[in-house]
Design a protein around this ligand. Structure first.
Ligand code: T68
Length: 846
C-alpha cells in the first residue's frame, strides 16, 4: 500500500491543485499566455516567434511533467526490474513537435498558437536540434527511448550533457568544410530539469593500494575529484502516460575555485582545477568510426585523456546513481541482476564493467567470484561496427594513470579468463588476452564481451560477422548462445507521422483504423498492399510525394537561396562522410552521367530521366579524405548546375550542416536513396529504413539491413548492385598483389578520374590524394563495383520512367516496412535480453 506516500496535509487540496494533461484549446492558450507573462516575463505586443516557441515549449513541458511524475512514482512503488541504456550519444533532434504528437495535443496547440497570432510550423522551426551525437548510433539511442516509453517499458537512458553538441558545418567559398561550435544551450533549454541536488563525486588519478588482508580489496585515494550533476530529460511515450527519463551528467568543480590559491594571489591556479573539471562535459567528440586516421596507423584518440575521462565520468556517475536507486529499494546486493539490466551502447561505456567490480569488491565487500557473477548477469553489449580502425583500444599507461584501480581490475579479469581457459583445455592463450600489443592496449570490445551476459550485432549479416571475425575466439570459448542479433529499428512516430503528416493521414484514412493503432503495430501497414492496384490511391500517393519535394525545394530556397526543380527524380545520400560509405562512388557516378549527357543530341536528351542529386553529411574534422570528398561534391555541383547543356537534366546539391531536422525534410521528398557501402562494412544503417518507410526506393549494396529490407519488400522493389561480402577480402588481396591499371580494369571510371585530375572541376590538383585512394589500394572497392553501379543507376532511370509501376513499388515498400519499427527491436531487447516487462501508468496524477 502506498498510503504512507500520500502527501502531507489535506489530500483533497493537493488533488485540487494538480494539473492534468487533458485540456481544450482554451486551456492551451491560457497556459501559453501565462508562460509568456511569468516564465518569460514578456508581453503580447513584443512577442516574436522565438518567444512563442519558448512559451509553447514551457506549456508542453508542464504536461510532460505530469506524466513523468506519475511514471516515476509508479516505478518507485512497484519496483519492477529496470533497464538502463548507457550511450555516450543521444541524437534527439527537436522536441516540441514530437512531444505534442506523443501527448496527443498537436491539434490543440496548433489551434491555440494560431489564435495567439502565430503559425505552428514557424514556431516549431525556432527550436534548435539537440545534436548530442554523431550519426546512426546516437539516433538509434533516441529511437529506442521513444519506443521504450511507448511500450511502457521501465527504461532510463544515461548520457552526458555536452555543452556543445556535434559541430556546425559551414562550407567555405572553395567548398571546404569548416567547423563552428554548436551553442545549442544558448537560448535556454526548456526540455531539461536541472537536478542540482543529485550529484556524485567522481575520482581520477591518485593511487590504488591493495589491502593485504586476502580479500582482494583495494583503496583508491587522492587524485582529482569532479562533481557529476544530473539533468533530466523527459521522454514521453506515444499514446500513453508512460514518460521515461534520460539522465545527462554535467561535470562541475567540487568547489567554484580553490580558495587557498586564490588568497595566495594565484588566480590562474585557482581557476585551473575548475576549468579542467568543467572541460569533461564541454564537447562531444566528432569522430564517428575513426579512432584511427585514414592511413590506418595514427589513432586519433591515442593519448586522448579527455575522452577517457568522459567515458569514466559518465559510467561512474550512472552506476552510482543506479546503485543508490537499487539500495533505496532495500534489496540485497546479490539480487542486483534481478532488478537491473544495463545495455552498453558500443564499447564506450565498457569501463562500467571494472567500475561495478570495484564497487562490489571494494565498497560492498563481495568476493571476486560473487562480484563477477553479478557483473556478468547485469551487462549486455551491442556492437555497432566490425571496421578494425573503429574498434576502441586504450593504452595501458593511460588507464593506469587516470584510473589506477580499474587497471588492476582489468588485469585481474584478463588473468581469470586465462585461468578459465586453461581449465577448459583451450590452448589459444591469445583469446582472452585483451591486454595486448606494444605499447600495451586494452581491446574494449573483448572486455565488453567477456563482462556481459549477451552480445549482439545490429543486423543479421553484421551479427554473423561479429561472431566470425572480431569475436570469433570468444564464440569458441563461451559458446554461441551468448551471441545474438537485434536488427535495428526506427520510430515511426518521428520518421513517418511527424516528418510526413500528409502520408500519415492518407494511411490512416486508407487503413480505416486509428492512427494510434498502426503507429504502434507497424505491420498493419500491410493493409496498404491492395491499394497499390488502385489508380486513384496511387494518384494521391504520388501527389503527396510531389508536395514533399516542393516543401524541400522551398526549404532550400529559403535557407540557401537556391532554386531546385521539382519535376525530377530526387536522389538522396545523407549520412556521415566516410570512405566505407562510398559517397565517392556516388559523385563519380554523377560525373559519369554529366559527361554522358554532354555527348547526347537534343533528341536523345528528351528521353532522359531528370535527376536532382542531394548529398548531406559531416566529415570528422581530422578526416582529410572525407573532407576532400565534400570539396569535390561542392565543386562538381558548381560546374554541373551552371552548364546550360545539362542543367535541365541533372542538378547536384550538397546541403550543409546535416541534422535530424534536415533529414525530416529530405527523407519524405526522396524517390530513391543510396546506401552503397562496401559489402560487409555498414553494420546496419537506419536511414535506409526511414526512406523506405516514406515510400522512397532503395539503391544499395548487399550489406547491413539493406538485405533484410529487400527480404521484406521483395527483391524486385529494391535496386541492388556490387560484390558480396565473401568476395571483399579476396578482391583486396588482388589489388595489393595483382594490381590491374584502372584504364584496363574500368575505362569509364578512368575517364572520370582523369577529368577531375585535368581540372574540369577546378581544384588545381587538390583532389589527387582522394583519387589516389582509388587508383592505388582501393580498399573500398570502387573500381570493382563501378560498372555494376552505373548499370543499376540506368535500371533505376528506366524504372522511374514507368511512373505507375514506380508508384506501385513505392506503396509496396512502405506497406512491408513493419519489421523495422523500433518498437519491435526494443521488445526483443526487453524479452530476450533484459527480461523486463511493461508497467502500465495510470493517467491523471497521484
Ligand atoms: C552506426 N555507428 C553504424 N557510430 O555505422 C550503422 N562510432 O551501420 C548502424 O546502423 C548504427 O550505428 C546504429 O546501429 C555509428 O553511428 C558512431 O557514431 C560512433 C561514434 C563514436 C565512436 C564510434
Amino acid at each position: 500500500s502506498g498510503k504512507d506516500q500520500w502527501p502531507r496535509g489535506d489530500e483533497g487540496v493537493w488533488r485540487d491543485g494538480m494539473r492534468t494533461v487533458d485540456k481544450d484549446v482554451q486551456a492551451v492558450t491560457r497556459s501559453i499566455v501565462g508562460h509568456v507573462q511569468t516564465s518569460l516575463a514578456r508581453q503580447a505586443y513584443n512577442l516574436d516567434n522565438l518567444g512563442a516557441y519558448q512559451a509553447a515549449a514551457l506549456s508542453a513541458r508542464d504536461d510532460l511533467l505530469v506524466n513523468w511524475n506519475t511514471t516515476q512514482l509508479t516505478f518507485t512503488r512497484k519496483q519492477p526490474k529496470r533497464a538502463y541504456y548507457l550511450s555516450l550519444e543521444f541524437l534527439m533532434g527537436r522536441t516540441l513537435d514530437n512531444a505534442l504528437l506523443n501527448l496527443g495535443l498537436k491539434d490543440k496547440f496548433t489551434d491555440g498558437v494560431q489564435k495567439l497570432g502565430f503559425n505552428m510550423e514557424d514556431v516549431i522551426e525556432q527550436e534548435r536540434d539537440a545534436a548530442l551525437g554523431n550519426g546512426g548510433l546516437g539516433r538509434l539511442a533516441a529511437c529506442y527511448l521513444d519506443s521504450s516509453a511507448s511500450q511502457e517499458l521501465p527504461v532510463w537512458g544515461y548520457g552526458l550533457r555536452y555543452k556543445y553538441g556535434i559541430f556546425q558545418q559551414l562550407i567555405s567559398p572553395q567548398g571546404e568544410q569548416l567547423e563552428a561550435p554548436d551553442p545549442w544551450l544558448d537560448n535556454q533549454n526548456p526540455w531539461e530539469l536541472p537536478r542540482l541536488d543529485v550529484t556524485y563525486d567522481i575520482r581520477f588519478y591518485g593511487r590504488a593500494d591493495r589491502l593485504d588482508d586476502g580479500t582482494g580489496r583495494a583503496v583508491w585515494h587522492g587524485g582529482q575529484e569532479v562533481l557529476a550533476v544530473a539533468y533530466d530529460v523527459m521522454i514521453p511515450g506515444y499514446d500513453t502516460a508512460s514518460t521515461n527519463n534520460l539522465r545527462l551528467w554535467e561535470s562541475k568543480p567540487q568547489r567554484g575555485f580553490d580558495l587557498n590559491s586564490f588568497n595566495a594571489g594565484n588566480y590562474e591556479g585557482a581557476v585551473e582545477a575548475s576549468n579542467s573539471a568543467s572541460a569533461i562535459t564541454s564537447v562531444l567528440y566528432p569522430n564517428d568510426h575513426t579512432t584511427c586516421a585514414p592511413n590506418r596507423s595514427i589513432p586519433i584518440h591515442f593519448g586522448k585523456e579527455l575522452r577517457l575521462k568522459q567515458q569514466y565520468f559518465w559510467t561512474a556517475a550512472s552506476l552510482a546513481d543506479i546503485m543508490r536507486r537499487f539500495k533505496n529499494a532495500g534489496k540485497n546486493i546479490r539480487e542486483f541482476p534481478d532488478f537491473v539490466a544495463i545495455q552498453l551502447n558500443d564499447t564506450h561505456p565498457t569501463l562500467a564493467i571494472p567500475e561495478l567490480m570495484r564497487i562490489l569488491i571494494d565498497d560492498e565487500d563481495l568476493t571476486w567470484d560473487q562480484a563477477w557473477t553479478i557483473v556478468t548477469n547485469t551487462f549486455f553489449y551491442t556492437n555497432h561496427t566490425v571496421l578494425p580502425e573503429a574498434l576502441e583500444k586504450w593504452p595501458v599507461p593511460l588507464i593506469e594513470n587516470v584510473l589506477p584501480r580499474h587497471m588492476q581490475i582489468i588485469y585481474d579479469i584478463s588473468m581469470n579468463g586465462q585461468v578459465l581457459l586453461a581449465s577448459n583445455h583451450v590452448s589459444d592463450i591469445q583469446l582472452t588476452a585483451f591486454v595486448e600489443g606494444q605499447p600495451k592496449q586494452v581491446r574494449m570490445a573483448h572486455l565488453a564481451c567477456i563482462g556481459s551476459r549477451k552480445v549482439n550485432g545490429v543486423a543479421e549479416l553484421h551479427s554473423e560477422l561479429v561472431q566470425t571475425t572480431i569475436l570469433k575466439d570468444f564464440v569458441e570459448f563461451e559458446g554461441v548462445s551468448k551471441f545474438g542479433n537485434v536488427t535495428n529499428g526506427i520510430t515511426p512516430r518521428r520518421w513517418l507521422d511527424q516528418c510526413n503528416p500528409e502520408l500519415s493521414a492518407l494511411i490512416t484514412k486508407t487503413l480505416k483504423i486509428e492512427k494510434s493503432v498502426w503507429l504502434k503495430d507497424l505491420t498493419k501497414l500491410e493493409g496498404l498492399l491492395p491499394f497499390a492496384e488502385d489508380k486513384a490511391f496511387r494518384a494521391q500517393w504520388s501527389a503527396i510525394k510531389q508536395r514533399n519535394k516542393e516543401r524541400l525545394a522551398h526549404h532550400v530556397q529559403t535557407t540557401l537561396g537556391l532554386i531546385i526543380r521539382t519535376d525530377a527524380m530526387f536522389d538522396v545520400q545523407i549520412k556521415r562522410i566516410h570512405e566505407y560509405k562510398r559517397q565517392t562512388l556516388n559523385i563519380l557516378g554523377v560525373i559519369h552521367r554529366y559527361f554522358a549527357l554532354k555527348k547526347m543530341t537534343p533528341e536523345e536528351k528528351k528521353k532522359v530521366n531528370r535527376r536532382v542529386v542531394f548529398f548531406a553529411g559531416k566529415a570528422a574534422p581530422a578526416y582529410y579524405i572525407a573532407k576532400l570528398t565534400i570539396r569535390l561534391i561542392v565543386n562538381v555541383a558548381r560546374v554541373i548546375n551552371a552548364d546550360p547543356d545539362t542543367k535541365e537534366y541533372l542538378q547536384l546539391y550538397f546541403l550543409p550542416d546535416y541534422s535530424v531536422s534536415l533529414a525530416e525534410v529530405l527523407i519524405p521528398a526522396s524517390d530513391i536513396s543510396q546506401h552503397i557501402s562496401t559489402a560487409g562494412t555498414e553494420a546496419s544503417g537506419t536511414s535506409n529504413m526511414k526512406f523506405c518507410l516514406n515510400g522512397g526506393l532503395l539503391l544499395g549494396t548487399v550489406d547491413g539491413a539493406n538485405i533484410e529490407i529487400a527480404e521484406e519488400v521483395g527483391e524486385n522493389n529494391v535496386f541492388f548492385f556490387g560484390h558480396l561480402t565473401p568476395a571483399v577480402e579476396d578482391l583486396r588481396y588482388q589489388h595489393l598483389y595483382h594490381p590491374v591499371p584502372i584504364e584496363e580494369k574500368c575505362p569509364p571510371l578512368a575517364f572520370v578520374l582523369n577529368q577531375i585530375s585535368a581540372g574540369v572541376f577546378g581544384g588545381d590538383g587538390v583532389y589527387e590524394p582522394l583519387l589516389n585512394t582509388i587508383r592505388q589500394s582501393d580498399y573500398y572497392l570502387i573500381t570493382d563495383d563501378f560498372d555494376s553501379y552505373i548499370a543499376t543507376l540506368e535500371m533505376v532511370d528506366e524504372a522511374y520512367l514507368d511512373k505507375e509501376e514506380w508508384i506501385k513499388k513505392s506503396i509496396r515498400t512502405t506497406a512491408k516496412m513493419g519489421k523495422f519499427s523500433s518498437d519491435r527491436a526494443i521488445n526483443e531487447y526487453a524479452e530476450s535480453y533484459w527480461n523486463i516487462e511493461p508497467v502500465s501508468i495510470p493517467t491523471g496524477g497521484l
